[in-house]
Design a protein around this ligand. Structure first.
Ligand SMILES: NC(=O)c1ccc[n+]([C@@H]2O[C@H](COP(=O)([O-])OP(=O)(O)OC[C@H]3O[C@@H](n4cnc5c(N)ncnc54)[C@H](O)[C@@H]3O)[C@@H](O)[C@H]2O)c1
Length: 322
């Protein structure tokens, strides 16, 4: 099993840690355009790293695309057409046309997966089981929110809106948890740091009349005691569920280091060698599909639906007066 990892930035390094642990460093082919980073990653993880993905198309059984959003389409298409399984980081692509192009590049259905990592959170999986069992009666209202620190805006705010970067997680969860289509969206928001939306408050109506509020921003102070504020609230006729997703970090403050250190214990935790948590479960599911030839657990169609939902929110923001 040879696995390519395209783009060795923040997410790419997490993937390298997990995949080298699963298949051995000798079977991992990294691709990183930045020469210094490429050399550093090769030395740190004992993997081969090239600077262009074109060099390794046709040589992988599975490929993970962890490039900036606007660069997903071309490599995803090339690796799929070469018969590889492909895991694309969220969002699948930046336009519906590009999503469609990627879907159509699959030589067989089920070879594409989209990295909606929160679907591997055990708490959210339990909530979904209970929603599927209709434990809360008729659904009336869901509130899903996710906010990061201003450091997130500083890091990627020039290239994406907060709706595309963070909101895509929540919109995917809304669609996946409820299994309903979106009927209409209205939204209000602000562009604070640049030309993209940095604050988005979207009010959605689902096909059966269920209402939802999806709120995203990256306005948390960088010294806040948590790096994310997030949660899901579900209200139905006969029950409700409250899920606080903010409290997933180990908070460390010592005399030597009086500033709060936050250690992720949930999404992509890592000890000295290996990343774990939700991301590891996501990668294990992807590699298992590639090994057995079965379908991946998060389809390209699901990824495309999430991108469509982001576009509905961004269109509603553009219609708003802010
Ligand atoms: N699942 C999550 O929660 C989560 C979190 C953060 C980012 N993401 C997604 O992961 C993807 C990557 O984001 P990131 O934060 O790791 O970005 P990043 O900027 O940290 O990393 C991207 C890397 O790709 C490299 N690169 C750029 N163009 C290249 C090319 N043509 N060929 C090879 N390498 C190239 C860059 O040099 C950089 O090292 C994005 O789609 C983003 O939305 C997902």
């Amino acid at each position: 099993m040879r696995v390519g990892i395209i783009g060795l930035g923040l997410m790419g390094e997490y993937y390298v840690r997990i995949v080298t642990d699963l298949v051995g460093p000798e079977n991992v082919l990294g691709v990183e355009a930045d020469r210094d980073r490429a050399e550093m990653m090769a030395a740190a993880h004992g993997i081969t790293v090239t600077q262009t993905w074109q060099e390794i198309v046709g040589t992988t059984d599975a490929a993970i695309i962890a490039l900036p959003d606007h660069l997903h389409t071309e490599p995803a298409v090339a690796f799929l057409q070469a018969g590889s399984y492909v895991l694309v980081e969220k969002p699948l692509a930046t336009s519906l046309a590009d999503c469609q192009t990627i879907l159509e590049a699959q030589t067989e259905p089920g070879r594409l997966m989209v990295g909606h990592v929160l679907r591997f959170d055990h708490r959210i999986q339990e909530l979904k089981r209970r929603l599927d069992a209709q434990e809360f009666g008729n659904l009336r209202y869901l509130r899903i929110h996710r906010s990061n620190s201003t450091m997130g805006a500083k890091r990627v705010g020039e290239r994406v809106s907060v709706s595309a970067f963070l909101g895509v997680h929540d919109l995917d969860l809304l669609l996946w948890l409820t299994q309903r289509e979106i009927r209409s969206v209205s939204a209000t928001g602000k562009k604070i740091f640049g030309s993209h939306w940095d604050l988005s408050i979207a009010s959605l109506e689902l096909e059966d009349g269920t209402l939802a509020l999806v709120e995203n921003h990256w306005l948390l102070h960088p010294d806040a005691q948590r790096s994310a504020l997030a949660g899901i609230e579900v209200f139905g006729d006969t029950g409700m569920a409250l899920l606080d997703l903010s409290t997933q970090e180990l908070e460390i403050v010592t005399d030597d280091n009086p500033r709060t250190k936050r250690i992720d214990t949930h999404n992509w935790t890592f000890d000295a060698a290996v990343s774990g948590g939700n991301l590891r479960r996501e990668v294990e599911a992807f590699i298992a599909a590639a090994r057995t030839g079965g379908p991946t657990p998060i389809s390209g169609e699901d990824g495309m639906r999430a991108v469509e939902a982001v576009q509905l929110v961004e269109d509603a923001l553009a219609r708003s007066t802010n």
